[in-house]
Write a protein that binds this ligand. Structure first.
Ligand code: DP6
Length: 338
């Protein structure tokens, strides 16, 4: 009997302009962001996912493995989100068979990296391919966005991505700003010793409009986006670094002033920020950005990555680091995981 199987590999991405919040409840259901966002793919934070629909399976199964760990059953919450997405895609085709999904992450589970971006872009591409859909990157990006992990739609394209907001789902997708060879940047993910309770991005998106400064942020963004685009196009690193820090602080200011307030940073976050400011005074240039957690991404020029990485690893609160460069987006590969 015929089976339907495909494997995709996909990177996580780091946002230089952050997706943070929706305008209204309807936007929430369709993952239509309140603002455009810009990101870069991360070469060493990859998810590989194999999806197979087969009459040999008696029920659906979802297994996940992180670097250095055994493959295990997905948690109930993960399973629900994954199968909800796959079943939605399945409904648009002719196949009604049970599915087996196995996923492997190239990074540890405690890295605090948005594994959902690499996971849901790989899952969408592998599922679509297994179902025989011949989708272009625009359609893949739209369908990945609808998984619920909006930022995953930026991982589909190579290098640097621009996710445009729109009130119409069909026009809300990510496209390539520049490919992965454009700029010799590195992103050092700095993982802190952190046992603090995780606060999801979902909580943050939901609460964003309760901050009295949210409208101010939305008004400021078009100008900042324009400047960041120019800095990427002109490879103006100092300007770029200054702007991405402003943007990260703006997003976290919204979190801290939401009602109730959300604090993603911890004391280790501040230790790294202050160290970076000192190093910059001596000419060692690295700039931070921070997603929905205490860990930082230090963006630097590739030539400075080694020395910065050594210095970061020597800080008190740093547990480990992962050095990335820009890379290709989601791809279908031949090596299946089972
Ligand atoms: C701070 O809703 O895409 O990373 O929790 O991974 O599904 P998941 O996140 P998502 O929000 C991402 C928020 C952000 C900023 C960004 O990546 O644009």
């Amino acid at each position: 009997m015929k089976t339907y199987k495909a494997t995709a590999i996909s990177p996580a991405n780091i946002a230089f302009i952050k997706y943070w919040g929706w305008k209204n409840e309807n936007d929430k259901a369709l993952i239509l962001p309140a603002n455009d966002s810009i990101s870069m793919n991360l070469s060493n934070c990859l998810t590989t996912t194999t999806v197979e629909f087969s009459p040999h399976f008696t029920s659906d199964s979802v297994k996940i493995a992180f670097f250095g760990q055994e493959k295990r059953e997905a948690t109930e919450k993960q399973r629900e989100k994954v199968l909800h997405h796959v079943n939605r895609l399945k409904k648009t085709g002719d196949i009604t068979l049970p599915v087996k999904i196995v996923s492997h992450n190239s990074f540890p589970s405690d890295a605090g990296i948005a594994s959902s971006a690499s996971a849901f872009s790989a899952l969408t591409a592998a599922t679509a391919h297994a179902l025989g859909f011949a989708w272009d990157t625009k359609k893949l990006s739209i369908e990945t966005r609808l998984s619920g992990s909006g930022s995953a739609c930026r991982s589909i394209v190579d290098g640097f991505a621009y996710w445009q907001k729109d009130t119409n789902s069909e026009n809300c997708y990510a496209y390539q700003l520049k490919d992965e060879t454009w700029w010799d940047l590195a992103d050092i993910v700095v993982v802190l010793d952190s046992h603090s309770k995780k606060i999801s991005s979902l909580d943050g998106h939901q609460l964003a409009t309760t901050s009295p400064y949210y409208q101010v942020r939305l008004q400021e963004l078009p100008a900042r986006i324009k400047k960041i685009k120019q800095a990427v196009e002109g490879k103006d690193f100092t300007r770029f670094g200054t702007l991405i820090e402003q943007e990260a602080i703006s997003m976290h200011a919204i979190c801290m002033t939401s009602q109730p307030p959300l604090f993603y940073w911890n004391h280790g976050t501040l230790e790294v920020i202050l160290a970076l400011q000192q190093w910059r005074k001596t000419g060692l240039m690295g700039y931070f950005t921070i997603d929905a957690g205490p860990n930082l991404h230090i963006i630097c020029q590739k030539k400075d990555a080694n020395i910065l990485n050594q210095r970061l690893q020597a800080l008190n609160n740093v547990s480990f680091t992962i050095v990335n460069t820009p890379c290709k987006g989601t791809r279908i590969i031949d090596n299946h995981l089972f």
